[in-house]
Design a protein around this ligand. Structure first.
Ligand code: MN
Length: 229
């Protein structure tokens, strides 16, 4: 028998869950990461891709090393949680649509992503797989305390691999919300992963990953052996 598909919910600081509708990601948003990836034009506008809703997994998750890759990598990112519906939102009003923020990791099959780029194929194989969107607890954006300049870091087994500042983003949080809302109607429950700073790299089973953004709950995951397919 078919069963109802459960709603993916991300824990909220202080209790309760944020029900996830869609998961969007910004393709490139920090100059130093664009340079380490050898991308051609640093002034290109950002582009968006999606991950499946059920690829979101919470803090403390054990994430099996995925199939179909030999180069599994981390990308720490600020995640925006949308709380209000809107199209063609002005950047000046974009903060009113944000319900909260979290630390996220855009897990990536880097080999598949590079192939997609080189062969001009879609990005799904590199980005949109099971458990590819770990997301920490969401902190409600109370008191208009929005993020515009604070440390974003990721360590593997206690060794720091990524360190950046939210202020280094090419496109700011309000600009990202405004741009995405020109392409898609945003709805409550949408998450937007906003891109990663430099320092991305490979991970293997047994690795313990700790992702942090100043002022938000940290996000920890452990990579485990591949599941049998
Ligand atoms: Mn990313």
């Amino acid at each position: 028998m078919l069963r109802a598909i459960p709603v993916t919910g991300v824990p909220v600081v202080g209790g309760g869950f944020f029900p996830v509708r869609r998961v969007y990601c910004v393709g490139r948003n920090y100059l130093d990461h664009i340079r380490e990836m050898g991308e051609a034009d640093e002034r290109d506008p950002p582009f968006f891709f999606q991950k499946p809703r059920d690829s979101v997994v919470p803090d403390g998750s054990r994430v099996p090393y995925p199939p179909f890759t030999d180069d599994f990598q981390f990308e720490v990112e600020l995640v925006i949680a949308i709380g209000r519906a809107g199209r063609n939102i002005d950047a000046e009003e974009a903060l009113e649509y944000i319900w909260g923020y979290a630390v996220g990791i855009d897990l990536t099959r880097r080999d598949r992503q590079r192939e997609a780029r080189d062969l001009k194929l879609p990005w799904e194989a590199g980005k949109s797989f099971d458990a590819s969107a770990p997301c920490g607890a969401i902190a409600p954006a109370r008191d208009a305390r929005h993020f515009s300049g604070c440390a974003i870091t990721l360590s593997v087994n206690g060794i720091e691999k990524q360190r950046g500042d939210i202020g280094q983003m090419i496109w700011t949080v309000p600009e990202i919300v405004a741009q995405l809302s020109q392409q898609m109607k945003l709805e409550p429950g949408d998450l937007i992963y906003t891109g990663t700073p430099a320092g991305v790299g490979p991970i293997v089973p047994g690795d313990v990953i700790d992702a942090r953004i100043e002022g938000l709950p940290s996000l920890g995951i452990t990579i485990t052996s591949p599941e049998p397919y």
